[in-house]
Design a protein around this ligand. Structure first.
Ligand code: FES
Length: 185
């Protein structure tokens, strides 16, 4: 089928009436433009993908700063239940001192089992179900092995009346010290 179009002058002309050299040149130009457009689109999509990878829009959970609740809520739970458990951040908040709390990573420092919450039948302490290591329910200090040190702890900060635990910073220790806990005020 013949291709025809309307020229700038408004008169119809037939492409196949153009000299052969001009037809080839025109096809080459169209092909080249198509190629550049495809390459440009590919580069753009690749750049967008890279930016999305480098700047994820939502980062939450363990490894980030995890909100644990308002100061009032945390104090209330510590005074009644004696601990706060946070599934998202994999930590327990314990009442280390009067009006101070410590956040401990619930992973047993022996071989990594999950240490359950403090148990009233154990005097409020915690026992690892795998090999029986025991930890203090007030601050995660070691009572009995085979673990050889207390549960690891994470920094607590108070932000706008809320308790936030930085689960990206997991500290080892040899014993509980006052600088590991934070005043809830
Ligand atoms: S993993 Fe907890 S005592 Fe062994």
């Amino acid at each position: 089928m013949q291709q025809s179009s309307v020229g700038a002058s408004g008169s119809a002309y037939n492409r196949e009436h153009l000299p052969v050299l001009e037809q080839r040149t025109s096809r080459r130009k169209v092909t080249r433009m198509g190629l550049f457009a495809a390459l440009g689109l590919g580069s753009l999509l690749s750049a967008v993908g890279t930016v999305k990878m480098l700047y994820p829009t939502k980062v939450v959970g363990f490894g980030t700063r995890v909100p644990a609740g308002s100061i009032a809520d945390i104090r209330q739970q510590l005074s009644t239940q004696k601990y706060v458990v946070n599934q998202e951040g994999r930590f327990l908040i314990l009442p280390a001192e009067a009006n101070k709390a410590i956040a401990v990573y619930w992973k047993c420092v022996h071989l990594g089992c999950t240490v359950p919450t403090p148990n009233a039948s154990l005097g409020g302490n915690m026992i690892c179900p795998c090999h029986g290591s025991q930890y203090k329910g007030t601050d995660g200090d070691l009572i009995q092995g085979p673990a050889t040190r207390p549960l690891d702890w994470m920094p607590i900060t108070i932000e706008g009346g809320n308790v936030v635990v930085d689960t990206g910073i997991v500290n080892t220790r040899t014993a509980y010290e006052s600088n590991q806990s934070t005043a809830l005020m």
